[in-house]
Design a protein. Structure first.
Length: 278
């Protein structure tokens, strides 16, 4: 079984025709099910939880939750294998607001939590923003936040768990490898422990294969440590265009299998079950 649990409609809008472009591509690529996981800041009801009004003004789409939910629920009623999801940015100051929002009774199948911001720095937006950045500080700040996201239990899945590497910036010490120690392995240990303690899945994503880092998320050592701790995984492409659905999934599945995984997590109404990975 193959699924793609990270798909966005934002670029062409909330229409059935747009959604079907992604569904058709998934089926053509042998993917059984996809989850639409629109960025929460695209919805007027959720945008304040990002606490970055200028970014929302420039990049948000002003969608309404009811329109989104109705679209996906109607597609489900037609018998299409789609899931209703949403992706929240983890922000320290608003995590309680997110938790309260998720108690409101919307029929989510899965909720992704991702870290894209360190303070006011959207570190995965512009590679030139890394100019003169202390890489050790960036990694430390990122993993502090992603560990808190995983430990919170608010999310079902942590999206692209080591996305801090997106533009190829690497730590000079602690790189993965048998027997090696250092900051990076410490960060991996903390993240996998946090995910295991809360029952939160980690996302195995091919998106990194399309970015300058040219590596799947997460790194092999991190994924192996997650497997050893019994942390569940989902498969994802983080598709924003139909042609990105299930992109380079042969490599992604091989990546997960090399780490020791034979099963993935299928989510329905925020409850997971294990299924054999195709």
């Amino acid at each position: 079984m193959l699924v793609d649990y990270h798909v966005h409609l934002e670029r062409a809008g909330l229409s059935r025709a747009n959604a079907m472009r992604f569904v058709d591509r998934a089926l053509a690529n042998g993917v059984w099910e996809i989850a639409f996981t629109e960025h929460a800041y695209n919805f007027v009801e959720c945008a304040p939880m990002l606490e970055r009004p200028n970014y929302v003004k420039e990049h948000g789409h002003g969608f309404r939750l009811d329109d989104y939910i109705s679209l996906i629920e109607d597609m489900k009623a037609e018998g299409l294998s789609v899931k209703l999801g949403i992706e929240f940015d983890y922000i320290d100051e608003t995590i309680e607001d997110v938790a309260d929002f998720l108690e409101e009774g919307h029929p989510w199948d899965l909720v992704i939590g991702s870290v894209h911001w360190i303070g006011e720095w959207g570190f995965d937006i512009d590679p030139t923003s890394w100019n003169d950045v202390d890489v050790e500080w960036a990694y430390s700040a990122y993993f502090e936040r992603v560990c808190r996201a995983a430990r919170s239990g608010v999310f079902d899945v942590i999206g692209h768990p080591d996305v801090i590497k997106v533009f190829g910036a690497r730590l000079a010490t602690g790189l993965e490898g048998p027997g090696e120690e250092g900051p990076l392995r410490g960060y991996y240990d903390a993240l996998t422990a946090a995910a295991a303690s809360s029952g939160t899945c980690l996302e195995v994503s091919s998106a990194g294969l399309r970015r300058p880092v040219d590596e799947a998320y997460p790194a092999m050592t991190l994924l192996k440590m997650a497997c050893e701790r019994g942390v569940g995984i989902t498969l994802a492409s983080d598709a924003h265009e139909p042609e990105e659905v299930a992109s380079r999934y042969d490599e992604l599945v091989s990546w997960a299998r090399e780490a020791g995984y034979t099963k993935l997590t299928i989510l329905d109404q925020r409850t997971g079950r294990q299924a054999a990975m195709g």
